[in-house]
Design a protein around this ligand. Sequence first.
Ligand code: AMP
Length: 485
Amino acid sequence: MNLIDQIDHWALAAPNAIAHISGDRRLTYSELRRRSDALAAHLADRFGDDSAPIAVLGHREPEMLIAFLGAVKSRRPYVPLDTVLPLQRIDKILAISRPALLLTPEYVAELSGAPTPAPATRAQRDDPFYILFTSGSTGEPKGVIITLDCLEHFVAWMLEEQKFTPLSETFLNTAPFSFDLSVMDLYCSLVTGGTLFSVSRDLVANPKMLYRALGNSGATTWVSTPSFAQMCLVEEKFAQAMVPRIRRFLFCGETLTAQTAARLLERFPQAQVWNMYGPTEATVATTSVRIDYSILETYSALPVGRAMPGTDVFVVNDAGETLATNERGEIVIAGPNVSPGYLGRPDLTAAVFFEHCGRRAYRTGDQGRFRDNLLFFEGRMDSQVKLSGYRIELGDVEANLVALPSVRDAVVTPVIKNGAAQSLAAFVVLSGRSAASHFELMQALRRQLGERLPVYMLPRKFVFLDAFPLTANGKADRARLAQSL
Ligand code: AMP
């Protein structure tokens, strides 16, 4: 049984079980199957052999799940897009992925109405399953291709390690479907007949409603970035009594601090805390470790764990040679969960993907080392940063700033507090003199940039300069600019 059959089988085994809860909307497994089959039949009829992707634009509606499965059942990958993205960013992604169709929840509702059997063709293991866009250093988002095979390896490992109880888990979905963290909760839930409980942006914006929703969620499995949990921990009542069924917290995407892990263990004595690590390019997560009191006592900076079975994780030096335990270098991942590459970008693909002992391998750009057979993440080798778990290439923000007519040059740096990036600062050289105040200029730039980039990529602070200080070889001196903050 492949992953799609595993999901579909719940429509027969437990047709009325709830697959998805989003606001006041509910989707059963029987509906999910019937409507995704009908959509797949429609796509097969309409597009025949054309295997161009299907873009899906929405915000956690049940129709998004129907659209994802409908696309893959018709052997087309889907490109998940969230309406939190500005239109210009969505347009760029559509221009790169050239989808056969852009599906919205309303459109899916129309197309998946009539019961129709799914097309007879079946998804193959090497078929691209989804294409997920992430920040690219030149200002163009890049599309990571993930195959059915990649996803199956990831999900099989999760099931083996976490031993989810079929038909009784509720997974918290905090990340939009356009971020790969959501793949963890979405597919672990669907494959085990669980319920996916989506936390919408309205809830995140209103703490009172958020805590009420968490309390009513019945969640057993928490999946989020550490930042999201830190935000929840601000409320003292955020504890086992509020979310009584919680058995595990699964974190991925950014550094989990010992303090956050310790507070969770204290407040949720019946739950486990796991730290997981991995880039989108290797299907959500590749290493994991349960953070218990003995780990907390031994390490001040927490490990990110051991590799999933069947995948090698190792650390290399500049020459690509594997380093010994305790030596710091670049983290490389080789195994079946590694993506075949970036959509339509053989140049970018060749720069970071390669073959290692007959397997696909990916140079992560992350620095780290092994100690006690555990991997430790120690920062980036380039100018990629993480803000509240969101992956941002500083070059992406700079390129989009420089594309504004009023900006001649821009340098963007993270503002670091307590060792972690808290926000972004932009140093800007304007194209010409302006009578406006710095405050007015900043507001105008933020507004214009907000038409091109999602909110989480917008610099909070703007510094206007006549020229940048230069390094000895004539480049903008980023270190000096960052120090000046
Ligand atoms: P993304 O592709 O958005 O999932 O981002 C992947 C990057 O997030 C990795 O290459 C790391 O830089 C960072 N990352 C992922 N998991 C962790 C973790 N557990 N601890 C620290 N950094 C992490």
